[in-house]
Ligand binder design. Structure first.
Ligand SMILES: Cc1cc2nc3c(=O)[nH]c(=O)nc-3n(C[C@H](O)[C@H](O)[C@H](O)COP(=O)(O)OP(=O)(O)OC[C@H]3O[C@@H](n4cnc5c(N)ncnc54)[C@H](O)[C@@H]3O)c2cc1C
Length: 437
């Protein structure tokens, strides 16, 4: 059995994205002895990943929060930064099981702030498993990590404001982005754009993004139908309004919005306001006492929502509950934006029929969409758990994190996959060190 290290803190924050950074800096400023745990080597989460080193896209907001964080780590209370440390389970109350290069680790806490962010939603269509078809944010991450993109032609497709951010980043990094295919209805996009006038910061952000995309076509009512290899390149067939169009490209960067990483919250026993959205009170406290949630896991809403919720959670966890009220106005504005975002980028029903019965839906276990129907195909499983038991869909290393939301969207089945530790792939030595987690 491997060695198990132990660390003890007042407050533990999981996730060093904008929500977790804001929570950590705020809690430390209030005098707490806290730890910020993240599985990446750098703080910043998905949006500011490697912002310290990046050639492109280091925003004023990123600089501000990275500086706050560095001051908190150097301050008298001292923020412990546990980087490249992945939390895989919660073996008992107030204890987390984690692993890093140094082996297994038990992290003990009085208060816990979950800021675990989100991942992309992938929907299957013919060719979606081709190696040059990637998540939009996924391709961006690879480029941030060094994938050469100069002069490469990239079609960006799917849904949500992330597409604009990714296209902009790729263009600045030297890629050619001829087209962004947004599945949402053009009328909804126009309404959403007009509504940005209510949030001047967002309006400016959108204008800057669009300004960086001169020469790139933005098509609403557009989505990918097929991607296939053609003469060493990718041939992408797109539905654009009532027309079909074929584009050649080196990559198709495609994501249909975001899905919150709620597995730890589920393991902790937190109640959900609705699927994929953890219920919290005014102080961001979940239904489990002393467990708080901030950022994408209380609703997909972007960086400003993540920061203000992180600040409120950090203050409340540090016992400064009365000081949280001054931030409620900002949070209300962020939540109103979240609601508009959700309405504008609702996924259209046509996307449910892109994949035929032979299309792989669970990449870990090679389960096809056709296997998710019984008999003559007119009876579908009613829940993902049911589908998992009968077909192994969701039983592989990702434990349904990728295929689960796609199956739920396509079939309308209830996403009732039971969350069991380890919530992420873990070494046997880690599990053994903790006596089986
Ligand atoms: C792939 C991707 C790319 C994105 N790119 C952009 C962009 O370019 N521009 C933009 O405006 N928005 C982008 N977004 C959206 C952006 O992430 C959100 O708007 C917002 O910033 C989320 O902040 P957060 O703190 O809630 O979560 P995140 O920024 O997602 O941070 C969560 C952190 O928690 C860590 N984590 C999760 N689970 C564990 C665990 N078990 N153990 C340890 N660590 C864990 C994650 O690795 C991550 O670092 C992107 C989202 C995704 C999914």
């Amino acid at each position: 059995m491997g060695e198990l290290r132990r660390e003890i803190f007042d407050i533990v924050i999981i996730g060093a994205g904008p929500a977790g950074m804001a929570a950590a800096a705020t809690a430390c400023a209030a005098g707490a002895h806290a730890a910020l745990v993240d599985d990446n080597g750098y703080a910043g989460g998905q949006i500011w990943r490697r912002a310290n080193n990046a050639r492109h896209g280091k925003s004023v907001l990123a600089t501000r929060w990275i500086n706050h964080l560095q001051r908190s780590a150097a301050g008298s209370g001292g923020l412990a930064r546990l980087q490249q440390t992945r939390v895989v389970g919660m073996p008992r109350a107030n204890v987390l099981l984690a692993e890093s290069e140094r082996g297994a680790l038990e992290i003990h806490y009085d208060k816990l702030i979950l800021a675990t962010g989100a991942r992309e939603l992938f929907l299957p269509f013919p060719g979606w498993t081709h190696p040059r078809v990637m998540g939009a944010g996924g391709l961006q991450s690879l480029v941030k990590s060094g994938l050469p993109i100069v002069g490469r032609r990239v079609i960006v497709a799917g849904s949500g404001p992330l597409l604009l951010a990714v296209a902009n980043y790729l263009r600045h990094a030297g890629a050619i982005v001829p087209l962004i295919a947004e599945q949402a209805h053009s009328a909804e996009i126009l309404r959403f754009a007009a509504g940005l006038a209510r949030t001047p910061a967002k309006l400016l952000q959108a204008a800057l993004l669009r300004g960086g995309l001169i020469g790139t076509r933005y098509c609403a009512d557009a989505w990918p139908l097929r991607a296939q290899e053609s003469g060493g390149r990718l041939s992408v067939t797109l539905q654009i309004g009532k027309r079909r169009r074929v584009e050649t490209a080196d990559y198709l960067a495609c994501g249909f919005g975001l899905v919150a990483n709620v597995e730890l919250a589920a393991l902790a026993g937190c109640k959900f306001a609705r699927p994929g959205c953890v219920a919290v009170d005014d102080c961001q406290e979940t239904s489990v006492k002393h467990v708080f949630a901030a950022g994408e896991l209380t609703g997909i809403g972007g960086v400003e929502k993540a920061i203000v919720e992180g600040q409120i959670a950090g203050l409340a966890a540090a016992g400064r509950t009365t000081q949280t009220a001054r931030l409620f106005g900002n949070r209300d504005a962020a939540l109103a934006f979240t609601a508009r975002l959700e309405k504008a980028f609702t996924l259209r029903p046509e996307l449910k029929t892109l994949a035929g019965p032979d299309e792989i839906i669970c990449r870990c276990e090679d389960v096809t969409l056709g296997q998710l129907t019984i008999g003559d195909g007119d009876q579908t499983f009613h829940s993902l758990h049911d589908a998992k038991l009968h077909t192994r869909c969701g039983m592989g290393p990702c434990q349904g994190r990728i295929c689960g939301p796609a199956v739920a969207f396509i079939t309308g089945a209830e996403n009732d996959l039971r969350i069991r530790p380890p919530i992420l792939p873990a070494r046997v030595a880690t599990l053994a060190a903790d006596g089986g987690a």
